[in-house]
Design a protein around this ligand. Sequence first.
Ligand SMILES: [Zn+2]
Length: 320
Amino acid sequence: MQRREFILSGTAAGLAFGAGVTISVRAASAQTGAVQVAAIQRFRVGDITVTALSDGFIDIAPAVLQGIDEAGIAELARAAFLAPEIALKGAVNAYAVEAGGEISLIDTGGGTGFVPSLGMLQANLTAAGIDPGAVTRVIATHLHPDHIGGLLAGGAAAFPSAELVVPAADQAFWTNADIRAQAPDGAKPFFDMAGAALAGYGERVRLVEGEGDAGPGMRFLPLPGHTPGHSGVILASGAESLLVWGDIVHVPAVQFARPEVTLAFDTDAAMATATRKALYDRAIADRQMVAGMHLSFPGVGYVDRAGDGFAFVPARWQYI
Ligand SMILES: [Zn+2]
């Protein structure tokens, strides 16, 4: 079994990278040979057609979760009717958006060069009838490898006609040579992968500040903490809307019940918690449909209150 580890320790420029934590992402099993139906699902948001696309999954090591121990994870997993190792199997989703006569893609999964349990995006795009050459825009919620790894294929742009739309604050952070120099060795690949992805799109990179325009019918919503520029994307058509919230949640069985649980990958854990709690409250108040890159595929639904915490209510299948 192939296995890669990112060992993150120490801090860089006052930003935590998960002191002393070994972060391990790996494939859960060898190929079984089982044939699955392609992991795609289309739904409508007003006049916009959204296609949820799976890139695969990553196993999240228990030690990556901060503020909860293994017994706590097991208890919450049991409450969600999941074995702990299943609760920690993180979906990796992307979303294609057909609006204004154009096809945009929000995030790209990890591609084939990050971990072997990822890299299904291209096959699922093909199954959905979406030609990568017809994608005119890729929007990155942030520049972590499981979101931008699919931007490149064999070192070249996997979406040769697309502009790459990136929150300016994330570009500034992940291309800052001083921050990279101070980062622990285990974190340096994150900077390098972000830099390679940006370089692959060269002049076609468009940086967006704050709540700026992300594409037809779409605006960014800054949701900082997980990374400095981490942003959601709000799609709106008529009275309907969808908030694609990126990495507000990594482990649904844990972080809806306990929103204060953070990830070793969070650059600012306290801010990530505050952002998550505030967004849960806003989503409930607005009855906002949300989609998340690490919510179990297709990762679309609503937030509700449950006891002292929160719960995820999956959206029902649309018969379109
Ligand atoms: Zn992620």
